[in-house]
Design a protein around this ligand. Structure first.
Ligand code: CO
Length: 163
């Protein structure tokens, strides 16, 4: 496994749509393992393949405490309910935080690294991560959905949650 370089906001790869994964082979598995190691090293909640320079529909979600990161290949959102506005960031936009509204409960359908389809429902932070990472696969970054940017002070005090 290897840690890959995470591209940042000026890289136009972040605004391009990803192609579907068609081959569930050793090359894919190496990429996924590298993405997991990269995410762990960066201490993020999720990582999408375009963030490591690969325009394929692959993302990793690590939002559930004590659980192995979830691998989503060719994911799609089946249903979404509710709304939550909260602070959101992205490993490709270091030190930038924004208030973003997302659903509170999201069900996704995706393939695992062997091509088997599965469904998974996530709430709260996991639902937010599903939306954020799947957006990346369509060339959409979180800032385009931001209600407004948050300052470091607002982030630390949590004052944005009241108003
Ligand atoms: Co991101």
């Amino acid at each position: 496994m290897a840690i890959r370089n995470i591209v940042t906001e000026e890289d136009e790869i972040l605004t391009k749509p990803c192609r579907k994964v068609e081959r569930f082979d050793a090359r894919l598995h190496t990429l996924i393992d590298d993405m997991k190691e990269t995410l762990k090293a960066a201490e993020g909640a999720g990582l999408a393949a375009p963030q490591v320079g690969v325009l394929r529909q692959i993302c990793i979600i690590d939002a559930v405490e004590g659980e192995e990161p979830l691998e989503l290949i060719n994911p799609e959102i089946l249903s979404a309910q509710g709304a939550q506005a909260d602070a959101e960031g992205c490993l490709s936009f270091p030190d930038q935080w924004a208030l973003v509204e997302r659903p509170t409960k999201v069900t996704v359908r995706a393939q695992d690294r062997f091509g088997n389809w599965f469904e998974r429902t996530g709430e709260d932070l996991t639902a937010r991560c599903f939306c954020h990472e799947i957006d990346h696969l369509h060339g959409v970054v979180f800032l385009s959905k931001a209600q407004r940017m948050l300052t470091q002070e607002e982030l630390e005090s949590g004052s944005y949650k009241e108003g």
